[in-house]
Design a protein around this ligand. Sequence first.
Ligand code: PEP
Ligand code: MG
Length: 736
Amino acid sequence: MLRRLRDVMAGIGTPQQRLDSTVQVIAHELGAEVCSIYVQRPGRVLELCATQGLNPEAVHRLFFQPGEGLVGHIAETRLPLTLAEAQKHPKFAYRPETGEEAFQSFAGVPIRRSDRVLGVLVVQHVSMRELTEEEVESLETLAMVLAEVLATMSLPGGDPGRDRGPLLIHGLRIHEGVAIGKARLHQPRVVIGGVVAEDPAVEHEQLRAALADMHASLDRVMESEALSAAGEHRDVLETYRLIARDTGWIGRIRDAIDSGLTAPAAVQRVRDDTRSRMAAVKDEYLRERLADFEDVALRLLRRLAPGEEVLEVDGGGEPFILVARSMGPAELLDYAGDQLKGLVLEEASATAHVGIVARALDIPVAGRLAHLIDEVDPGDLLIVDGDHGQVFVRPGDDARAQFRESLSAREALRARYAALRGTPAVSRDGARVSLQMNAGLLVDVTQLDTVGAEGIGLYRTEIPFLVRREYPDVEAQTELYRRILDSAGDRPVTFRTLDAGGDKRLHAFVHDVEENPALGWRALRIGLDQPAILRQQVRAMIHAGGTRSLKIMVPMVATVEEFRAARAIVNLEIERAQTRLDEMPASIAVGAMVEVPSALLAIDELAEAADFLSVGSNDLLQFLFAADRAGARTANRYDPLSAHFLQALKRIADAGRAGGAEVSVCGEMAGRPIEALALVALGYRSLSMSAVSIGPVKEAILSTDINALSEFILYSMKKNTGSLRNRLKSYLADHR
Ligand code: PEP
Ligand code: MG
């Protein structure tokens, strides 16, 4: 049947005549009263292009908007749909011109090629009969053959599935900035040349050879020394190796070949099935396992069919924008380099871990961009606007000019900040502020010199754990911390112990499902309940420290007792090291993060107990105002410049001074110029922020008289409630 269909479609006659014969053949073979082909047109509108059984007058006159009706729904979800009674489905849209009221059942599948939806294939019956799983599978196989022929047919009204005009896709802001470059697909689409096999034996042999080749190559990479240099990660590969030998998976590919498909088409069929299942799975662990199958299928497909990726994009050393459905943090690191200018993702939330790496690389990122993969071809020009969370696909002249302007304005600004690199941050009236940077990856550390940071005020140790699947042992941690200290040279580094849990779920950890993860078993709580974790971290830090001074900071301290318990654990490790190591760090300071409101109530005692305090304003604000920092409606709801929050911050600064603990702020607010000035005015002399914020904050400090500002703020805090932002802005504008 497959061969017959292919012959009809590739045979003589105009494209329309061939489509007409195709629907007749399919309807006949499947014993259906109706068979229709809808083709996707520019704007993702679906047009009825051929039908057997519906009113022929409706051909080229019936359209469904994206997501409209059952047909639009199938194209949108990319999933098959089978219904005994079509009218009962909430998406059913009645179109009198079709005469379809006579038909009860409905079954449709997307027509896909290289991940792109070209249209929808539908069969309908008079009787109420839901298609069996096998029947849906054959329909999907037919759709594959259809896709192959449709892609080479020139239909009136343009090529199906193609919208080559400019397009703007709105999504979610993940990291700010703008960038222009050619699209490079993270997973190059694979083009399957032939779908229908001439001889199954030949296809089985091809599959066998490709599998053997893939197994051998995975084994080779696992054994090679250059494992991490090649950007591959051992634990990921180990999983792939197991999957690649999974007999169930291979068996399903073999069955697909037996049904008449070529080897690559069979792999693609099984891959499509896995994807459909992925869409329905909620469990994160299972989703990841299915995603591993997807990756292995792609590796196998690349051996069986050529990739679509345009070589010039891959090898030409041109600036590129990476395009992906979703992506892990470690994968993004593999692309890090001069030519990676931005990242756009079809999925991903603002807190996705890949965002952490993107921020470290300081490339603009937009996420949750609907139909991105469908709309973009490799080599297409893209403009990522991270500030507004959008992407311009194949931008027109206007958009290009506008973005070139915005790009050059940013570059000018950067150059201005770069010129301040060596200048210390001293206010007009002589207040000296230490500006440090937050980091979490080795690539961050390289920014120390670029932006002129005086040290690392917050090194988030959980971030390197996030990009691994396995928990790093003491040796691996020591190596990592040593490399950071080495890159920082004589600049101080404050290591924060593991702040896992909450939104930072580690692969290597079993996190319980918690009702309120932000208030859950996380950070220091894990460290105190499982002291081995904390001890290993501290041990690695001491080993890495050599004779340098060490600063260790514990997150989420809720009570003074917790801090004392953490310090006792550090002391155990100091004693252990003293008996074993030849050299010890010159000093080991232990500090507490102030980010839980209860710590505020005990701030005087905490300042006595700790060597230093660092305000985690992100969490402090979230917990004080009971507003989720990651929630779209809650994140920016309360202003850190509100009088009462500033009172709390002043209280911490005062307590630190009285208790002899150095105080700093390492939350996001420290990196925003107006907020940073307010903090300096409240008495903070040390701020830690993302690298890109150092320039703007320094410029603000250089041009401000802190004493005068301090008087103004203290007075305003007494006289007002609510946000002081507007007052502060006017004051700063008046004082240039
Ligand atoms: C904070 O809470 O302000 C902070 C700096 O830590 P994190 O953002 O890692 O929670
Ligand atoms: Mg925090």
